[in-house]
Design a protein around this ligand. Structure first.
Ligand code: IPD
Ligand code: CA
Ligand code: CA
Length: 278
């Protein structure tokens, strides 16, 4: 059994790891020499790789017996362990590569399939978001709570578009248009972990997205839950990390947002041909 004391220890180590990753991001800010495209629009840089190494050094030093799922180096460690660290060393790589300051290091501990510890560190705004099951959620060590907005009409939402958006009609374009009409706005932050942290601290009222990996969202899920929000699948059934699909809100607008998302039919639209590089 994992006690509150255990969770507090895991939270401290996750914090140490997130700060180490964030320090690497600051070091590489504006100095990238190696930006590669894994597939159209999906970038990887030396900052992703070196930040991941810094995070893995911390986690591996403290918990060599745990499993790791890290974006750049994959799944490793003892597969019998109930503890799985989900690591995104640089969430918001596209923003980072363009020097748009909206990126974070995101670290979660998933215990027996459930996210239990989450830390999201945005070094560009010096914001450290932390949470663990039963221990609450904080921003820079001060308690945070989701917003009290009660209706979609008064809400500000955020979403994102996965890297396979050019390959599928299920690309979230129709949902984005539909919700933009019904709300005060829908943002596209470009960092799922910060999007979720902003729902947790009440800056945003709801978030949905598809095509996500566990390392994008596991930390943010704990933040939203511990800040009093609601996490489910689009249809309000329990969220499954492996589904890649998530609905996160302040709770008050949850049913309304779910209802609207389920109404949306994918756009019957053919994308333009991408220009070739000169
Ligand atoms: C991406 C960001 C983005 C989301 C994408 C993610 P990355 O992560 O979180 O907001 O829309 O689906 O893949 O590639 O910058 O780590
Ligand atoms: Ca990510
Ligand atoms: Ca990443």
């Amino acid at each position: 059994m994992t006690t509150a004391t255990d969770l507090a220890i895991y939270l401290e180590i996750a914090t140490e790891a997130a700060l180490a990753g964030g320090a690497v991001l600051q070091q590489f800010w504006g100095k990238l020499e190696n930006i590669q495209e894994k597939r159209p629009g999906d970038l990887v840089t030396e900052a992703d790789q070196i930040a991941e190494k810094a995070v893995l050094d911390v986690i591996g030093r403290h918990f060599p017996e745990h499993q790791i799922l890290a974006e750049e180096s994959g799944h490793q460690g003892n597969q019998d362990s109930p503890y799985l660290w989900a690591i995104d060393p640089l969430d918001g790589t596209t923003n980072f590569a363009h020097q748009y300051p909206f990126s974070a290091t995101s670290i979660a501990l998933i215990i027996q399939g459930f996210p239990a510890v989450g830390v999201v560190y945005d070094p560009f705004h010096q914001e450290l978001f932390r949470a663990a099951t039963g221990l609450g959620a904080t921003r820079n060590r001060q308690p945070i709570h989701v917003s009290g907005i009660q209706s979609l009409a008064n809400s500000l939402l955020v979403t994102g578009f996965a890297y396979d958006r050019r390959e599928t009609n299920d690309n979230n374009y129709a949902e984005f248009c539909h919700l933009t009409h019904l709300t005060q706005g829908v943002r596209r932050g470009g960092s799922a972990s910060i999007d979720l942290a902003y729902v947790a601290c009440g800056r945003l009222d709801g978030y949905w997205e598809r095509g996500l990996s566990p390392w994008d969202i596991a930390a943010g899920i704990v933040l939203v839950q511990e800040a009093g929000g609601t996490i489910t699948a689009y249809d309000q059934s329990p969220q499954q990390l492996s589904s890649g699909r998530l609905l996160a809100t302040n709770g008050h607008i949850h049913s309304a947002l779910s209802h609207e998302l389920l109404k949306v039919e994918p756009l019957n639209w053919s994308p333009p041909t991408l220009p070739t590089a000169p």
